[in-house]
Design a protein around this ligand. Structure first.
Ligand code: PEP
Ligand code: CO
Length: 456
């Protein structure tokens, strides 16, 4: 398909046309005028990203679809305003940079880095309300909507939070951009990415060997060819679940030099598993924007549901446009994924397949924590590589929930965290995240598995 023939905007679409469809997972705002004032303010404020960057990412995702890049997408389950701080942002960046170094070294191909940050403030919930001791209040839906404290005031859906979410996203984005432009991501200085609390990690030695190997190759090439510009700076893109459609609509803009509509609140928005109905508001909204987009695909999705969704979201089979993130669970993936891979392949549709081994593997512990077992995350990821290899498709990336903080939220991994350890440092407001060691261990596993898949 020629890139010039791509669909720009359907005639029957507008940034607000989603409002004619059923919009799941939206808060109930009690003051329509206050909501309208806040969204008008947002629509006037400058965006967080540009159409140039959005199109550059689409091109890079096209290369990932062609098997020339691997996508590393990761960050918090939910960002919070309180965590918008220098150490938390830079530690998260450090983990992603270290993982990408492991992947570049092992996969021998460029890694495309996409953060779950600078806008990941809205969460889907399984129930609209929560009852404690006979008191029922609206569920917490993320800092862009309401507060986590169990009081009527905190749980009110407050339109002012839309403005604060934009401001916190901009602060995050500004700091990430400044770090990267200032040399923080320079491959000559991987020591900038060391995290103070992990000096004694069991994985540190293997990581250091890789870093030394890369340093040697870099020095060798630069002796021959002089300084190589591409290695002093890496690209970082942003993504979030575009759940709260009033917020997304306010950032849906037209620009002078590119036709069509762009969501300029993020480079790469995705549709969550709970809001991917074909006739729902989210699919309606997403079909009209020119960004590259992703959809989470859970175990209940059949080929009969998936193919019409692909038609709706990418009718022209545009390169780089559509990523499918499967999140099946370790026990379901063997059964649920192959029919989808076969159907998409049979129809010759162009997608990037990405594995999220986190969201299908969440469970509760007897002591009341939400956790994920590293062994199950690992199993889903390993099976994903094998299933793609057997189907003749390519697993082109991973989608992970992780943090650079010393948390104990997922059990297992190199340090053998147990359920008893969860109480020590469980900080997540929503889903359990991988800590630094568990993240690095997963990156090493990806390298081993994809080497196996390539040899098979
Ligand atoms: C998430 O990514 O945090 C999430 C809610 O995922 P899913 O839509 O796959 O359940
Ligand atoms: Co999550």
């Amino acid at each position: 398909m020629s890139k010039l023939k791509q669909n720009v905007t359907a005639a029957d679409w507008a940034p607000s046309s989603w409002q004619r469809h059923e919009a799941l997972q939206q808060p109930q705002y009690d003051d329509a005028a206050e909501l309208a004032a806040a969204t008008a303010e947002l629509a006037r404020l400058p965006p967080l990203v540009t159409s140039w960057e959005v199109l550059a990412l689409k091109q890079a995702l096209d290369e990932a679809q062609e098997g020339k890049r691997f996508l590393l997408q990761g960050g918090d389950c939910a960002e919070s305003f309180a965590d918008c701080s220098s150490p938390i942002i830079s530690n998260r960046l450090k983990v992603l940079l270290q993982m990408s170094l492991v992947l570049v070294h092992g996969l021998k191909q460029p890694v495309l880095r996409v953060g779950r940050f600078a806008g990941q403030y809205a969460k889907p919930r399984s129930t609209d309300s929560e009852t404690r001791d006979g008191v029922t209040l609206p569920s917490f839906r993320g800092d862009v909507v309401n507060g986590p404290e169990f009081t009527a005031a905190a749980r009110r859906a407050d339109p002012q939070r839309l403005i604060r979410a934009h401001a916190h996203s901009a602060l995050t984005m500004n700091f990430v951009r400044a770090l990267i432009d200032g040399g923080f991501a320079d491959l000559h200085h991987p020591e900038y990415w060391d995290l103070a609390w992990v000096e004694h990690s069991p994985l540190a030695a293997e990581y250091r060997r890789m870093v030394a190997g890369i340093g040697d190759s870099l020095r060798f090439m630069e002796t021959l060819a002089g300084p190589i510009a591409g290695f002093t700076k890496v690209d970082f893109f942003t993504s979030h679940e575009a759940l709260l459609l009033h917020y997304e609509q306010a950032f849906t803009r037209q620009v002078p030099r590119h036709p069509g509509w762009f969501n300029l609140s993020t480079h790469f928005p995705w549709i969550g598993m709970r809001t991917a109905a074909l006739d729902g508001a989210h699919v309606e909204y997403f079909r009209g924007i020119r960004n590259p987009i992703a959809v989470k695909v859970g175990p209940s999705v059949t080929p009969e549901r998936l193919l019409p969704l692909i038609d709706a979201l990418n009718p022209q089979d545009e390169p780089g446009r559509l990523t499918l993130i499967h999140r099946m669970g370790h026990a379901q993936i063997a059964q649920a994924l192959p029919p989808l891979l076969q159907a998409v392949r049979r129809e010759g549709r162009r997608v990037l397949w990405v594995a999220d081994p986190m969201h299908g593997n969440t469970e509760g512990t007897a002591s009341g924590y939400k956790t994920r077992r590293f062994a199950n995350i690992r199993s889903e990821l390993e099976q994903a590589f094998d299933i793609h290899a057997a189907a003749g498709t390519r697993l082109g990336g991973v989608h992970l929930e992780l943090t650079g903080e010393d948390v104990t939220e997922c059990v297992g991994g190199a340090r053998g965290l147990t359920e008893a350890d969860l109480a020590r440092a469980y900080k997540s407001m929503v889903d359990p995240r991988l800590n630094y060691e568990q993240s690095l261990e997963l990156a090493m596993l990806i390298v081993r598995k994809s080497a196996g898949a390539a040899a098979a």
